[in-house]
Design a protein around this ligand. Structure first.
Ligand code: FE
Ligand code: FE
Ligand code: MG
Length: 166
């Protein structure tokens, strides 16, 4: 553990590590929700949706990587067991039981909105006390905003296409 790096953090480090572990659990659940969604999705514009879901899965995994690395830098232990994910998650997990494109897009949009809300709060909490974590969270948040936008644009295209057919 880098002692100097940890010593410049001007907030409760254990609390911060808990907040980051919550986010880490969310990211793994989001990763799987996208990954399995891309496998099972059915309906119009399926190919475009699959590409986006797979890309987002990869990006959620990279968020997990950033968070775990920061937790270790802070002297913490990243969640060690998948059982923990569902216990401490903030945004939860929405199984794609209904595999229709629109339903899967809606579920993931909801997940992104929850993530945006959580990371936005985390920015407020770290702005003064831990600029290094703040910077990492800002990077992640920017990508979640992009995710919400991408999924919403796909949904719009889907709606337009279905409307034209009527
Ligand atoms: Fe993410
Ligand atoms: Fe995302
Ligand atoms: Mg995207």
């Amino acid at each position: 553990m880098g002692q100097k790096g940890r010593s410049i953090v001007k907030m409760d480090v254990d609390k911060l590590i808990n907040l980051l572990n919550k986010a880490l659990s969310d990211e793994w659940l989001a990763y799987y929700q996208y990954w399995i969604g891309a496998k099972v999705v059915k309906g119009p514009m399926k190919d475009a949706v699959i590409s986006e879901l797979n890309l987002h899965a990869t990006e959620e995994l990279s968020h997990a990587e950033l968070l775990a690395t920061r937790i270790i830098q802070l002297g913490g232990t990243p969640v060690l067991s998948p059982e923990e994910w569902l216990k401490i998650t903030g945004c939860g997990y929405d199984a794609p039981a209904d595999q229709y494109v629109e339903k899967i897009l809606d579920q993931n949009i909801k997940g992104e909105q929850c993530a945006i809300n959580y990371y936005s709060g985390l920015l407020d909490k770290t702005r003064e006390g831990d600029p290094v974590t703040y910077n990492i969270i800002l990077t992640i948040l920017s990508q979640e905003v992009e995710h919400e936008e991408d999924l919403s644009a796909l949904k719009e295209d889907l709606d337009l296409m279905l409307e034209r057919r009527r």
